[in-house]
Design a protein around this ligand. Structure first.
Ligand code: ADP
Ligand code: MG
Length: 280
């Protein structure tokens, strides 16, 4: 039984006016569009069918449509043409996480803890519904609005599964966020998202990535051994609690790694220990 969401059309331009490009990812382009019928604005993600070798997209869309969380970008609608899939997503306007941090000069552990708590709440919700992101990285963490206190929203959840080569493209594009077990080509589960959240936290607090090598072979080997450090002087002023949180998330063994539930009750996330002075 198909839901009434499945809409096969001949031309997407009958439905939407296209405005600017909002971004492009590994297998899609995202446009700002205006729905002709309602005048509403959305982010329209256009995916070429040719790039997918996936038979189960409809099931995934059904799951994604049920997702409702204040820190997850909602899927509003779904269209299909002969050549493309189109995902009509809630539009956000606050830009990507790291762009804002760079713009904003002042940043504290408390600010970082606040962002990571929102990410954990969203990911925890998604894990409960059986969705694993697999490709959680800063480009997928967007601010809802330009407002200073805007909430953070996760985009792209579950969609990385749509691409057969998602693991490969992840490995080529941004291996820095990928968990050791993924690179080791072991079977993996939702623990990979917790690793990625650990990496994002590391970068938020230090301003640089935990793994950096000119040579990809070396990079993979460092990640697979979870070989990272809190270098002096960059980490000297960061609380022991923050480091403990990162160690618990960037734990090499996925069975010992913190789950989102454990992470959500860590003192650094609850707000007991995150320092309130400037870090960069
Ligand atoms: P991909 O799966 O191909 O990586 P994404 O869904 O991550 O595509 O979108 C790529 C870029 O488009 C994002 O990094 C972001 O800058 C922009 N973008 C995505 N979704 C939205 C949205 N709902 N509102 C505004 N911009 C968006
Ligand atoms: Mg993306």
């Amino acid at each position: 039984i198909h839901g009434n969401w499945k809409k096969v059309i001949s031309n997407i331009k009958d439905i939407f006016d296209f405005r600017e490009v909002l971004g492009s990812g590994s297998f899609s382009q995202v446009f700002l569009v205006r729905e002709k019928k309602t005048g509403n604005f959305y982010a329209l993600k256009c995916v070429k069918k040719k790039l997918l070798h996936h038979s189960n997209l409809e099931n995934e869309i059904t799951v994604l449509r049920k997702i409702k969380h204040s820190n997850v970008i909602g899927l509003h609608d779904f269209y299909e043409t002969r050549t493309h899939f189109y995902l009509v997503m809630e539009l956000v306007s606050g830009g990507e996480l790291f762009d804002r941090i760079i713009d904003r000069g002042m940043y504290t552990e408390k600010d970082a803890s606040d962002v990571i708590r929102q990410v954990l709440e969203a990911v925890s919700y998604l894990h409960q519904t059986g969705i694993v992101h697999r490709d959680l990285k800063p480009e997928n963490l967007l601010y809802y609005s330009p407002d200073k206190n805007a909430k953070i929203m996760i985009s792209d959840f579950g969609l990385s599964k749509m691409s057969d080569n998602s693991v490969m493209s992840t490995r080529c594009g941004t291996p820095g966020y990928v968990a050791p077990e993924v690179l080791a080509q072991k079977p993996y589960n939702k623990a990979v998202d917790c690793w990625s959240i650990g990496v994002v936290t590391y970068i938020l607090l230090s301003g640089y990535p935990p793994f950096y090598e000119e040579n990809e072979t070396k990079l993979f080997s460092k990640i697979m051994k979870a070989e990272y450090a809190f270098h002096s002087p960059y980490w000297d002023e960061i609380s022991e609690s923050a480091k403990d949180f990162i160690r618990s998330m960037m734990e090499k063994n996925p069975n010992k790694r913190y789950t989102t539930e454990q992470a959500l009750s860590h003192p650094w996330i609850i707000g007991e220990t995150a320092r309130s002075h400037d870090i960069h």
